[in-house]
Design a protein around this ligand. Structure first.
Ligand code: URA
Length: 438
């Protein structure tokens, strides 16, 4: 099988066999396919697409490229949750302990933030002592002991995806639904969970900017999961405005703790409970998502989920005194206030601009491996639909460096738009793609 022939076949609109795709990815993983050929192949896929069978074959080939995690020794269905990435998205920090507290083991392998979106690992590592660098053995044993562990993605799990993503990033081939779906699902398959909840974000602060693409991605991933014997449910949820009020690592940890204390923003609580309810139903813990949501709300209000979160942090080396007293967490040196010069209803809070401003402050990274500053970020005072009068505070900017503060203030200009009418606003959830009947 010659790589050149496979590139030409795809370039000309041909359909590749499962063996051809498996061969190409395996050889690429062994460094037997040069980057220039793989880049050409990716561009051929970008223009010609992959059909459903090819996409599943691509996913399976990526998942086979490294070590796979096996939870079969637990004798229980293990679940996982994935978000396609957003701004202020701290749902995992709430949903994971909630679901674990309900008696369903949750094992999550998570990435670090890149660009304007944050990452769960960076948020958790802003708690002094917390470590997400676990061995696979430790990860499995924590899931067995506590029903919950969260670890950082490692090269050993899906090496081919890491290599391929780096190539896509510099060849203009990231934005292809089949490639995105295969990349995400291969990591989920290798991570070993039996049931997976996928939160596909849609809107200005998300990868998927429009409804068609978001639903296409969500449906593609549910289908891949189904074909690979996983139970998968996917929700398309809003990312036009940030979730909650806080954007930035420590700031989001504080907000997640507030939610687990029953005093957090309504959108974060509602979405965490709603998505968690679907996961409980997916593994048959409850009869339907509504029953699951009722149970999770109970575990949130009685403090059991907060205790589970503390157990997660302490089991992975974190210092629990920071959770008992979140004001001890690292704090930024300056807090600058942004005030409105206009009165009216807030029509828009551009999530992308808020995410980018937070990244400029140091909360995110512009290139892989960049050091982040855990304490900086933005805390909004309002949501879309609120009425503000001239001089009211719109947001607080937490910064450590004056030059970064200046640059972030420049970026955030134009984030808010106002009108005289009550805006339509954005629903929290656009739709749920249920698991395909087996
Ligand atoms: N996230 C991934 O893991 N892979 C992609 O291709 C895009 C987003």
């Amino acid at each position: 099988m010659r790589v050149l022939d496979l590139i030409i076949k795809k370039r000309d609109g041909g359909i590749l066999t499962t063996e051809e795709i498996g061969h190409l990815i395996a050889e690429f993983n062994k460094n037997n396919v040069p980057d220039y050929q793989m880049a050409a192949f990716l561009m051929a896929i970008y223009f010609q697409g992959l059909n459903a069978r090819e996409t599943t074959a691509f996913t399976a080939a990526l998942a086979e490229s490294g070590k796979k995690i096996d939870f079969s020794s637990l004798g229980l269905a293990v679940v996982d949750k994935h978000s396609s990435g957003g701004v202020g998205d701290k749902v995992t920090l709430v949903l994971a302990p909630l679901v674990a507290a309900a008696g369903v083991p949750l094992a999550k392998i998570s990435g670090r933030g890149l660009g304007f979106t944050g990452g769960t690992i960076d948020k958790l590592e802003s708690i002094p002592g917390f470590s997400s660098r676990l061995s696979v053995e430790k990860f499995v044993s924590l899931v067995q002991k506590n029903n919950l562990a969260i670890m950082a993605q490692t090269e050993r799990l899906i090496p081919a995806d890491g290599k391929l993503y780096a190539l896509r990033d510099v060849t203009g081939t990231v934005e292809n639904i089949s490639l995105i779906a295969a990349s995400i699902m291969s990591k989920k398959i290798a991570a070993g969970a039996d049931a997976i909840l996928l939160d596909v974000k849609m809107g200005k602060g998300a990868f998927m900017k429009n409804r068609d693409d978001a639903f296409h991605l969500a449906e593609t991933m549910v289908r891949i999961g189904n074909e690979m014997d996983r139970r998968v449910v996917s929700a398309v949820t809003d990312m036009n405005q940030p979730l909650g009020f806080a954007v930035g690592n420590v700031l989001e940890i504080k907000e997640a703790i507030a939610v687990l204390e029953g005093e957090g923003p309504a959108d974060v609580e509602t979405l965490s409970v709603l998505l968690g309810g679907h996961l409980l139903a997916l593994v048959g813990k409850v009869r339907n998502p509504e029953e699951g949501q009722e149970e999770l709300l109970r575990l949130l209000k009685n403090g059991v989920a907060l205790e589970k979160f503390k157990q997660l942090v302490v089991s992975q080396g974190g210092n629990s005194s920071f959770l008992d007293n979140p004001s001890l967490l690292p704090q930024a040196k300056f807090v600058e206030t942004i005030k409105t010069t206009i009165s009216g209803y807030i029509h828009e809070i551009d999530a992308r601009k808020v995410g980018k401003a937070a990244a400029i402050l140091g909360a995110g990274r512009f290139f892989k491996g960049e050091q982040i500053d855990p304490s900086v970020g933005i805390v909004l005072k309002h949501k879309v639909g609120n009425y503000v009068s001239e001089g009211d505070v719109l947001a607080y900017i937490h910064a450590n460096k004056e030059d970064k503060l200046k640059a972030a203030l420049k970026e955030i200009a134009g984030t808010f738009s106002f009108g005289e009418e009550v805006p339509e606003g954005f629903p929290l959830v656009y739709g749920v793609i249920p698991p395909f009947p087996s």
